[in-house]
Design a protein around this ligand. Structure first.
Ligand SMILES: [Ca+2]
Ligand SMILES: [Ca+2]
Length: 314
């Protein structure tokens, strides 16, 4: 086989010049932490009667290592409050007070129950019933304001079914629920998440709801908080998911080290590709750990694939 030495030299030279300097080479990271003060809870007595949902969420965050053991969320929720009007501070005012007191990145909220409880007029209710429309518009405006204020994520939890009539509360909530859900789902900035708690309480109402028919027991609060937490985890709500440490040499992140990785590294050095699929590509491709990805690393990869070396120097 005839080897074109000129070409090999040209490639090596090119590779050396294509070497990238790296500022940092750290591969492992502790779970990212959140500041408790940046998490604001707003809403009514479903949250505020015992604050047990907040406490359980804090505990879950501590157990996950993302909240310091001495830290806590800011819980501004107040029993009896509404999305629109009603007693002070209304839920939007709880939010405003929270922002005035410090940076808010994450909001966990409920609301609308008292708007329905106080809502007047005769059924059938619809989107234009004043108390329904006011509550829905309030959520819409609140989300818009949060976006302007730099809130990153919002989590909206919505009540289980009331276990007493309470002036036809269930029928009113059934009208309001999809309208608020729609506003939440539409929100892009902040990204908003919705959780209907009815499935969590289904079949367990006697255990999870107090004799007043609407507020959660301790067991109900824990179940609600754990369901909220599970949904948050699923969506990386707090943005704290730690990307797994890539395997050295597996630059295309397919869990194998083979010729595909070699080809990709070559393409990178030639400037054909500018990035690798590996989550921490600098870690995965800097095979000798000298802080650069260059021809030396490519040579090591070749030796590895030929069986000349069985592990990388790093
Ligand atoms: Ca690979
Ligand atoms: Ca290197």
């Amino acid at each position: 086989m005839k080897i074109n030495f000129k070409r090999v030299i040209a490639l090596v030279v090119l590779c050396v010049f294509a070497g990238v300097s790296l500022a940092s080479n750290s591969a492992t990271a502790a779970p990212a932490k959140i500041k408790g003060s940046e998490v604001l809870i707003i809403g009514d007595s479903f949250l505020a009667l015992s604050h047990e949902i907040t406490k359980r969420l804090e505990q879950n965050a501590k157990n996950a290592g993302i909240l310091d053991s001495s830290d806590k969320f800011r819980d501004n929720s107040v029993s009896g409050t509404q999305l629109y009007g009603g007693m002070a501070p209304s839920i939007p005012d709880q939010y405003k007070n929270g922002v005035k007191a410090g940076t808010v990145k994450y909001v966990i909220m409920d609301g609308g129950g008292n708007d329905c409880l106080m809502g007047t007029g005769q059924p059938p209710y619809n989107a234009n019933s004043p108390f329904i429309k006011n509550a829905t518009d309030s959520v819409k405006n609140l989300l818009t304001q949060m976006g302007k204020d730099g809130v990153v994520k919002v989590f909206y939890l919505f009540y289980p079914d009331p276990q007493q009539d309470l002036g036809g509360l269930k029928g009113k909530l059934d009208v309001l629920r999809p309208l608020i859900q729609n506003e939440v789902n539409k929100s892009i900035t902040p990204k908003a998440y919705w959780l209907d708690l009815r499935p969590v309480f289904s079949g367990k109402y006697s255990q999870y709801i107090l004799s007043d028919g609407i507020h959660p027991t301790t067991a109900g609060s824990i179940a609600a908080a754990d369901a909220i937490w599970a949904e948050m985890q699923k969506n990386n709500f707090f943005g704290t998911d730690v990307t797994p440490t890539p395997k050295i040499g597996d630059v295309n992140a397919d869990n194998n080290i083979d010729t595909l990785d070699f080809t990709l590294m070559k393409q990178y050095l030639l400037g054909i590709v500018t990035d690798f699929p590996a989550s921490d590509d600098m870690y995965a491709a800097d095979l000798n750990g000298d802080g650069s990805i260059n021809a030396l690393d490519l040579a090591l990869m070749k030796q590895y694939l030929l069986g000349i070396i069985t592990k990388f120097p790093k």
